[in-house]
Design a protein around this ligand. Structure first.
Ligand SMILES: [Zn+2]
Ligand SMILES: [Zn+2]
Length: 251
């Protein structure tokens, strides 16, 4: 499965069958049986699940689930709740991409890392992830350790720094994703890293697999590798969602 696909990209694609189909075609070719569309919440006005359904009907090999990736910012909970109330969905993924107004995962804003002590930054970031999970609004928490995207590492133990986020995720009953997107970034490893994934397994946190594809050819990219890493961490099942209810699928 691949539970993090942006069929609109960053508004590079339109919600029409001709532009949705290449995403499903790539899933079919890579043997991905189930994909979760999770376009960014800022494009919610363009979501057209009727067009997706129409397209999906021509790909019977691929089950398509409807989701959304919400850019979580502390304080935004009422607005997020209101948005989710308008979206019929199988799941919602909560992701932290910002520290205050700083969009740290944007390549143009990498210099923002110079303003922080790395350990302090990781502490702030995981605190935001904890708030995201504790909001109780999300079935999945996206790219758990995205803060490492450009290769900035803490001096301290990342598992200890992430503890606050992992406890909030476990407490909320949310899943984490094992995302291959980090392999395409300077950090060149999955989100999360193996030690964090092992800790998530130890804490009985369910897992989904994802590519965070923003282009058709990225759908299902390196999902086989993700499945192997998940097994290495101890997981024997991954989690799918239908109408915000989870089910376990053998790895
Ligand atoms: Zn994201
Ligand atoms: Zn994404």
């Amino acid at each position: 499965m691949d539970y993090h696909v942006h069929s609109l990209g960053h508004a590079a694609f339109r919600p029409i069958p001709a532009e949705i189909a290449p995403f499903l075609e790539c899933a079919r070719q890579r043997g991905i049986a189930e994909i979760g569309l999770a376009d960014h919440d800022r494009y919610a006005a363009a979501f057209d699940w009727r067009a997706v359904r129409e397209t999906a009907a021509t790909y019977p090999e691929v089950t398509v689930r409807f989701g959304v990736e919400v850019d979580y910012r502390s304080g935004g909970k009422p607005a997020i709740r209101a948005l989710l109330g308008t979206l019929p969905r199988d799941f919602a993924t909560g992701s932290v991409h910002n520290i205050g107004e700083w969009n740290f995962d944007h390549p143009d804003h990498r210099d923002g890392f110079d303003r922080y002590d790395p350990d302090e930054l990781y502490r702030i970031y995981f605190g935001e992830v904890a708030a995201c999970a504790a909001s109780g609004l999300f079935q999945i928490i996206g790219h758990l350790d995205l803060i490492k995207i450009w290769g900035h590492r803490p001096r301290g133990d990342v598992v200890a720094l992430a503890g606050v986020a992992l406890r909030a995720i476990a407490g909320a009953g949310a899943a984490v994703e094992l995302s291959t997107a980090g392999l395409r970034r300077p950090v060149a490893e999955t989100y999360p890293s193996l030690p964090l994934l092992q800790e998530a397994y130890r804490m009985n946190i369910p897992l989904t697999l994802s590519s965070d594809a923003h282009r058709p050819e990225e759908v299902g990219q390196e999902i086989d590798l993700a499945a192997r890493i998940a097994r290495q961490a101890g997981y024997r099942t991954v989690t799918g969602f239908s109408h915000c209810r989870s089910r376990q699928v053998e790895l």
